[in-house]
Structures are given as structure tokens and as C-alpha cells.
Design a protein around this ligand. Structure first.
Ligand code: ADP
Ligand code: MG
Length: 322
């Protein structure tokens, strides 16, 4: 690599438009002004080539994904994003790749008002670690631990599209062009639910974002909150595209265990239901009530109110049934 310094200067060091960045790239550390009476929220995710993304991913898509999955965590806390650092390991200095990657990176940062304030640049097998910093008013963070018996369980958006998009990329799912385009977009360009997360601050008892899939992610809220849940399978929100390209069982499996939805999963006390619907409608966020927090532990699945056994074999099952 020419020099690490050149790469930083050329591709990452751009003018920052946030007044709260007192010192960004170029010193030993970033210096940031946190608003009064706020709490800092920090979240990190690493993406490793071959594990978290396919080696032939377009660099701009990779940049988008690396930032979006981190912002999704801030959304789930109810935080407002502000700053970001990027630790990137590059196999070689490929100007075309870096150009497209940094364009994509700055584009999503600008869209969500996040300033890239530092990072690290090293040589080795391609991997990225993004750390996002955001803030929220003191005491207002949405935690996983606040769900109470009787609270209603909701998700934003639709489930399973992203996982179906991945299967298109892997050549495991063949669809006509417009469905494929929709599913790829859903997989490659997740849209962090930041506005919804902020609206939830005042109404939700717990929240998290869906990265592994509803079935396993819901368990995190249940464990943290010391409760169980019942989920009505007929209520799981799925796009008409998803329902048209796979069987009903496969759609259900993708919605429950496909992963990488980056939607919000949250719980709401009965008394807040109405206010929540209004607040989310103001942000233009579709949301669906999928069940309720109950005493006990684990998830009970219902179909039309009747208990059903769900065995989620995930990915492999999907492949076998292809
Ligand atoms: P140091 O040796 O003090 O860690 P570096 O040479 O690694 O400094 O980085 C110089 C400056 O460039 C620092 O401000 C650092 O935060 C920033 N920086 C390095 N890599 C990146 C990157 N990939 N994206 C954004 N900023 C970066
Ligand atoms: Mg360094």
C-alpha cells in the first residue's frame, strides 16, 4: 500500500459538517461534544469477507451494509446517530475499489447525518469494523430487559425478504427479474429504522433489532426480561414478493430464522398501544403486532390461536427443499 496515510487522505478524510465534531480525522483521537443531559450509545460490528459478505459484493453495497447494520443497533436503542469510526483491513490498494467503497460510505453517512471521525487502516484479508456513536436524552434508552407480562410484541416492516435476497445471490432461489431486484435491494441495502427507534423511546418497554432472525432474537428479549412469549404465525408480516417466490412453509422459515432483516422488534404495554400507532404512523413506519409477552420462558407459536410445534432447521432445510 502506497502509504496508509495516503489512503486515509484520499478516500476517508472529507470535510465534516457537524458542529459537535471538535476534532475529526487527523489527530490521535476524535474530540466530540456531547449534548447536555444526554447519554452516549456506542455499538460496533465487524464484517469479515466470506463470513458476513460475499467476496464479490460491490464495494458501495459493502460500505452501505457496514454502516447500516451498525445504525440499526442505534435505532434499536432509540438513539440519534452522530459519529462513526471505521477500522478497515485491505488486502491491497485497489484504487477503483476504494473509490467506490468510500463513495458509498460517504453517501450513507451523509444520508443519516453521521460524521466519519476516525479509524484505522491496515493491510490483510478484507474486513471492516464500524463503530457508531449516538446519543439520547438521559434515561430514555430502549433496553432488551423491559418487557413485562401482557405487553404486546411488534415488528416493523416485513420479515424474510433479506434472507430470500441472499438465496438469490447464492443461486438457490430463481425468480423473475423484478422480484429478484426487490429481494436483492432488501438484502444489500438495509434501511436502519432510526425514526421508528426514536418514536419508540416514549412508548416501548423493550426493543432490539433483528439481525439473526425473529426466532432467536426474540429469545434475547425474553431472557433479558425474564418472561416468555406467544407468537401468532399468521400475523408475521411478509411481503407479497416473498410469498410469491417461495412456498408458505419456506416463507415462514425465512421470516422466523432467515436473518439480516434489520427491522425492529419491540414490546409495548397495553396502555401505550394507541400512542405507539400514532407515533409510528408519523414516521411512516409499517408495524405489526405479532404476539404477546406471557409468564414463563421461551416462545410458544400459535396458528389461528392454536399451539403448533415449530422446528426451525433454517438454511439447510431450505436448501434441501429446493
Ligand atoms: P495513529 O497511528 O495515531 O492511530 P493513524 O495513522 O492510524 O493514527 O490514523 C491517522 C488518522 O486517520 C487518525 O485520526 C485516524 O482516526 C484516522 N483514520 C485512520 N484510518 C481511517 C479510516 N479508515 N477511516 C477514517 N479515519 C481513519
Ligand atoms: Mg492507527
Amino acid at each position: 500500500m502506497g502509504s496508509e496515510f495516503d489512503v486515509i487522505k484520499r478516500y476517508f478524510d472529507r470535510p465534516v459538517h457537524r458542529k459537535d465534531v471538535l476534532k475529526g480525522i487527523g489527530d490521535d483521537g476524535a474530540l466530540l461534544a456531547l449534548p447536555a443531559n444526554s447519554e452516549l450509545v456506542i455499538s460496533t460490528d465487524t464484517l469479515v469477507c466470506g463470513t458476513h459478505f460475499l467476496p464479490d459484493i460491490a464495494p458501495a453495497d459493502l460500505a452501505h451494509k457496514a454502516v447500516a447494520v451498525n445504525l440499526s443497533d442505534l435505532a434499536a436503542m432509540g438513539a440519534e446517530p452522530a459519529w462513526m469510526t471505521l477500522a478497515i483491513t485491505l488486502p491491497e490498494e485497489d484504487a477503483t475499489w476504494l473509490e467506490a467503497f468510500s463513495e458509498g460510505l460517504h453517501e450513507i453517512c451523509q444520508y443519516y447525518g453521521v460524521a466519519l471521525v476516525g479509524g484505522d487502516t491496515t493491510r490483510g484479508p478484507l474486513s471492516l469494523t464500524v463503530t457508531v456513536h449516538g446519543y439520547l436524552p438521559q434515561g430514555k434508552a430502549l433496553l432488551r430487559s423491559g418487557a413485562r407480562i401482557g405487553d404486546w410484541i411488534y415488528v416493523t416492516g416485513n420479515l424474510g425478504d433479506s434472507a430470500a435476497g441472499l438465496r438469490c445471490l447464492l443461486g438457490q432461489l430463481d425468480t423473475e427479474e423484478s422480484s429478484r431486484e426487490y429481494l436483492l435491494e432488501r438484502h444489500l441495502r438495509p434501511r436502519p429504522r432510526l425514526l421508528a427507534g426514536r418514536a419508540l423511546r416514549h412508548h416501548a418497554s423493550s426493543a432490539m433489532d433483528l439481525s439473526d432472525g425473529l426466532a432467536s432474537d426474540l429469545q434475547h428479549i425474553l431472557t433479558a426480561s425474564g418472561a416468555g412469549a406467544q407468537v401468532e404465525l399468521n400475523q408475521l408480516p411478509m411481503s407479497s414478493v416473498l410469498k410469491s417466490v417461495v412456498s408458505p412453509e419456506q416463507a415462514l422459515e425465512l421470516a422466523l430464522a432467515g436473518g439480516e432483516d434489520y427491522e425492529l422488534l419491540f414490546t409495548v404495554p397495553e396502555a401505550e398501544k394507541g400512542a405507539l400507532a400514532t407515533a409510528l404512523a408519523e414516521t411512516g413506519t409499517n408495524h405489526t403486532c405479532i404476539g404477546q409477552i406471557i409468564a414463563g420462558e421461551g416462545v410458544r407459536y400459535l396458528r389461528n390461536g392454536e399451539p403448533v410445534e415449530m422446528t426451525l432447521s433454517g438454511y439447510d432445510h431450505f436448501k434441501e427443499s429446493e
